[in-house]
Ligand binder design. Structure first.
Ligand code: OOG
Ligand code: NI
Length: 447
């Protein structure tokens, strides 16, 4: 087919369209983008070394386009169709997240690109949660929810047709690709009209706010879109100046020389006017804003240490106190690239320097990279964490559930059920990072 659009191009168009739509829908998100862009620019200007390192690692160009969003769906068919839709954009389901641990009756995966080149171009990710109706205790409410969900189709007929066409042809022409982006966007648009009356909404809301959010609207509106910052402490401090009220704590690990995993903060969900059946006015609180700072992906050993230290640190009352507690606990986590590598706590991507290229013949399979790094023949760049920490960052959820809704554990996860609904197994994030590291070593002749 002439003039086909690649999956990367379709994903890029789609993430731009989604960002433009969400700026219209939630103007505070546009303000947040401005704030993040200002802070990122200031960080790069004041830190030429970081600037150079990000540029060399191919991270600089993606920074300004990098976003993740989150959606919640109600049925297996919706989830399976989303899998097919995201596949058109080169996004695969990675990892299983059991959010019942955080008191939320959903389980989730993240659709994202997995290839090095695709990630470097635009690592757009959508965190996608599926309602677990079996966690709705009241039987008649469970049946009501199922009946409402059975009546809706969150995809336009044309979107469904285009997904099928892409599966058949294996590609889209430019015109088809652009039409697909427009049609797919409709699934994620906010609708002021609920599909239910106020009483039904209230009954579902009393069971859990998230259940009302999933069940009562005609689509699966995007509930936040998150830009990536290079200095989350700075963004958090500046949010009030930009008219945004941040939640109290920055979630995740403390500030470090070598950032690890993911730090996140958010502003609280907005109370938005909605119309219930019969044109009764009400409000719905679901959509919020979030920012994140990403660091290096940890190995299973590194993740284990991270989880243990995070539990040890506990939760501080103010952000200052919380960050101090984290900093104290995380003294036990090496904070240099050298030690992260030596102790196999984090993943790295290896590259030959020009001098290394000239001495490539001296490299053997299984060689220790360290002496080669010291000789200036090899560089090791931290591999960015591309996934999520929603359970250890349960504070994001809690700050967006009413203060009356405390986390209550809702049974254990059911990965097999989730994968059956999805229609395929989710990919394992550790395997993906290990493969990326191994590919880079192989290119250098070290494996
Ligand atoms: C998903 C929350 C997960 C994150 O950044 O950890 C998430 C949701 O609220 O639907 O987006
Ligand atoms: Ni998020």
């Amino acid at each position: 087919m002439a003039n086909t659009l690649t999956a990367d191009e379709i994903r890029e168009l789609f993430s731009q369209a989604m960002s433009a739509m969400y700026q219209q829908e939630v103007p505070q998100y546009a303000t947040l983008l401005e704030l993040v862009a200002d802070v990122n620019l200031a960080v790069l200007e004041s830190n030429p070394r970081l600037h150079e390192r990000l540029a060399n690692a191919g991270e600089l160009s993606r920074l300004n386009v990098e976003r993740h969003g989150a959606i919640r769906v109600g049925t297996a068919d919706e989830l399976a169709t989303l899998r097919r839709m995201f596949a058109v954009m080169g996004m695969q389901p990675v990892s299983y997240y059991d959010l019942s641990q955080a008191g939320v009756p959903v389980h989730s995966t993240a659709f994202r690109p997995v290839e090095d080149a695709a990630l470097a171009r635009n690592p757009f990710r959508i965190f996608t949660s599926l309602l677990r109706p079996e966690l709705i205790e009241n039987r008649s409410l469970r049946e009501t929810a199922a009946a409402i969900l059975a009546r809706r189709d969150i995809f336009t007929p044309r979107c469904r047709a285009l997904i099928a066409l892409h599966e058949e042809q294996g590609a889209f022409s430019e015109a088809e690709g652009r039409e697909f982006v427009r049609e797919a966007l409709e699934t994620f648009r906010w609708h002021r009209h609920a599909t239910v009356d106020a009483d039904t909404y209230q009954a579902l809301h009393r069971e859990h706010r998230l259940i009302a959010d999933v069940v009562c609207f005609p689509g699966c509106h995007i509930n936040h879109l998150t830009p990536r910052t290079l200095d989350i402490d700075r963004v958090q401090a500046l949010m009030p100046e930009y008219g945004i009220a941040p939640k109290v704590l920055i979630e995740g690990p403390p500030r470090r020389e070598v950032p690890i995993l993911l730090r996140q903060t958010s502003f609280k969900a907005l109370d938005e006017p909605v119309l219930f059946a019969g044109e009764h006015q009400g409000t719905h609180t679901a959509r919020f804003g979030e920012i994140e700072q990403r660091g290096v992906a940890l190995t299973p050993k590194g993740r284990e240490l991270y989880d243990a230290l995070l539990a040890e640190a506990g939760t501080g009352k103010s952000n200052l106190q919380h960050q101090q507690q984290l900093a104290d606990a995380f003294k036990a986590f090496p904070d240099s690239e050298l030690f992260l590598r030596r102790r196999e706590l984090a993943y790295f991507r290896y590259r030959l320097t020009p001098a290394g290229e000239a001495h490539r013949h001296a490299f053997g399979r299984g060689d220790d990279p360290q002496p080669l790094i010291e000789r200036g023949w090899l560089v090791a760049q931290p591999i960015t964490y591309e996934d999520f920490l929603p359970v250890s960052a349960a504070g994001i959820f809690q700050s967006n559930l009413g203060s009356d809704e405390q986390a209550r554990s809702q049974g254990s996860g059911s990965r097999a059920d989730f994968e059956a609904a999805l229609g395929c197994p989710v990919l394992d994030e550790f395997t993906l990072y290990q493969q990326a590291e191994d590919r880079s070593k192989r290119r250098c002749g070290l494996l």
